[in-house]
Design a binder for this molecule. Sequence first.
Ligand code: HEC
Length: 53
Amino acid sequence: MVKDTKRYPDTGGWGFGRFIDGKPVDEAQHQTCFACHEARVKDRDYVFTRYAR
Ligand code: HEC
């Protein structure tokens, strides 16, 4: 994931990327990414992982 609020204003400022064998996957696959992160961790800037304490 890459944070860039200007390029990705519709997905909380996050660009999602996925690569298989070094090649980017199609757009349909990328559209599944945000839905899940939005549904589950919207209040944490769409990021699941937390800092270790
Ligand atoms: C079905 C729900 C779901 C979908 C769809 C999904 N993710 Fe996630 N993503 C998660 C979960 C849950 C974690 C945390 C996994 C862990 O900590 O082991 C995660 C973690 C991540 C992380 C690490 C940062 C973080 O938030 O902790 C990145 C980067 C990421 N996903 C990118 C993507 C990309 C790119 C796609 C689309 C190709 C995608 N995700 C689709 C559920 C999803």
